[in-house]
Design a protein around this ligand. Sequence first.
Ligand code: PBG
Ligand code: ZN
Length: 326
Amino acid sequence: MFPIQRPRRLRSHPQLRRMVRETILTTNDLIYPLFAVPGSGIAKEVKSMPGVYQLSVDKIVDEAKEVYDLGIPAIILFGIPEDKDADATGAWHDCGIVQKAATAVKAAVPDLIVIADTCLCEYTSHGHCGYLQVGDLTGRVLNDPTLELLKKTAVSQANAGADIIAPSGMMDGFVQAIRTGLDEAGFQDTPILSYAAKYASAYYGPFRDAADSTPQFGDRRTYQMDPGNGREAIKEIGLDIAEGADMLMVKPALAYMDIIWRVKEASNLPVAAYNVSGEYSMIKAAALNGWIDEERVVMETLTGFKRAGADLILTYHAKNAARWLR
Ligand code: PBG
Ligand code: ZN
């Protein structure tokens, strides 16, 4: 028997395919991560992330101009400080590296949106995302004392010019603490992009090289989510929404497409997906070996995030994707 419905009818010509395409990736969807280091004239490639560099502030400014010229609306800044200590001073100090980079970028490219990643792991001597009990060798971060530092960090980043605050430490109550801090400091209109559902993932490996933030001992499983949990993501986003989050992030993206979908269905806030370092490195490695077609694989992957429900995609592929979209 011949089929009545013939889906292939609508695939027969490129223009027809273009007409019925449901999901279209645009440059508007992209956010480009940048790593700021002290000094000047520095561009140091991250070994495990070909094409990604640690950049001094002057180079960050050059990069920001390029990103803006490519039509990418936003960057997210991470910092690698000169010194690390138990109080993560480099995170919340007004002369911190992210603060300096934010101020410089806003002065040079005022229309580029600057997102500040708000966490402490790049700045603590032990590499955990908050305070530890003296003598703790397991990495069980003290929740409430850490909130004070996060609040201070967010206010200092906003003061330096950051347009959006993106807390990534998965501390309970961190959105509320930061919202209160920002409001008290007069930043009522500064949005919070919460890393709402962030999993304890091996895909962060290359990032920890890039940001020099590998925990010296223990791991992040007492604060980041267990990869087996889906319903718990809905609990996390519910809390973040109640605490005042303006946008929600799911991280990583590739192994968590179902979570992106569920978060999109469960909320009416914009959803961001973080296409993390390990996801980038896998594609890069295969492409550099000539095993896959980089452009096609990247565009298919990013389109997949969007189809799953992502409104925004944080990705190290952003500059290339913007070029391919031209
Ligand atoms: C810091 C932070 C991490 C990433 C973003 N913010 C790493 C971590 O939790 O260890 C990962 C980003 C990536 O892998 O690209 N809390
Ligand atoms: Zn952290």
